[in-house]
Design a protein around this ligand. Sequence first.
Ligand code: G3H
Ligand code: 13P
Ligand code: ZN
Length: 408
Amino acid sequence: MVETKLLYPLYTLTSAAEHHSTRFERPTAIGAFNVNFYSQAVGILKGLEIARAPGIIQASKGACDFQGSPLEIQKMTLSAMKDLNHEYPICLHLDHGNKDSCLQCIYSGFSSVMIDASTKKREEIRNGNKVIIEEKTPLEENIEATKEIVKAAHKSGISVEGEIGVLRGKEGDKESSVEIYASPEEIFEYGIRSKLDIIAPACGTCHGPIKEFKKLEEGLLEGARQMFYEEGIEMPFCLHGSSTIPPEMVAEFMKYGGKIKKASGVPMSAIKRAIELGVRKVNIDSDLRMGITTVFRKYFQEHQGIQNTNEILKGIYDILYGNKEAKDPKSGKILVNAEVLDPRVYLVDVPKELLRKSPKGSCLEEVMSLVEAQVSNHVASLVYQFGSVGLTIDRGLTLEAMASKYNK
Ligand code: G3H
Ligand code: 13P
Ligand code: ZN
């Protein structure tokens, strides 16, 4: 087991704040923002500070791989909190984990994990080509996989999120072109039998910046919520794929040379409706990716020739502007440079020391301070809409207190 000494306490999803609707007599949700590097973490924390809100910083398996390990993500997050003297409750969560990554994060000082066992991949040969088929995991299997992680996590007071149903689009290293909804009965059974803390049911949203969102499956959320309610349980839900992709953000991305067709997000009205129906965690990644990449593009445009003053900046510039191949960090697939949104694609050769701590005094100092400002403004404006502003009357239960509560 990795020895982790926390410089700052981290909180579980449920105790990061008492986010039950009764608290403020209105429904609220906590923002969960994906992180890949230090300045992004600082931007998220500053946004939460502006809003005086608790928050969830979440890292996918891809983010952990990018930084080297979950422990690097944990250390990076804690040093960002320490550098800012951050005062509001933070939960450090694994996004879309499998069994191995959940266990690694449990032993690396995360305060929450997501086990995503709702789908599985199968390889098939069609016309001589290998194709990956995404399938819904049978309910029983999903329950068993989730239960195993709940057992390991709750021992240390760590909370667990689980998924049911299939979201369209990319999730971690899986991709699906169809969406499959679980019934309220299945969602209820999944929650009751696995004893997890928060459920992410597929309910109309999808990952990525091209959502073509049609409608929220209100009946599904309402039905499941009612079934839990009748058992005296207020089960929180998580809404994945919630980026709002504001048209102004898209226009700015394109103005500085980025290309994207049909970008669109989830309307804020749908997110608010989901919060009314029991969503207490709202996941945002693509908005941050697009905002950050626009900052880099704008920086190079407004500082003509700056890439020629420094090898690191040149490496980033060459990938953004097509002088060097852009590769998907997970699949290795070659991407169209102007379409790149994921910062890990063009930060690939940046020395990790500059991405794990404050870039002060380095060639990235100026651009990263612009990144922090962009991320913090967006995070603050979302958190205001989610209703979690000022939600930190107390700091919630520590992991030790949660462990005794779970293991009573
Ligand atoms: O699942 C989606 C999140 O946006 C994380 O994405 O696995 O590329 O880091 P990632
Ligand atoms: P977006 O792609 O909409 O930002 O979704 C993020 C997410 O659900 C992370 O798990
Ligand atoms: Zn997700």
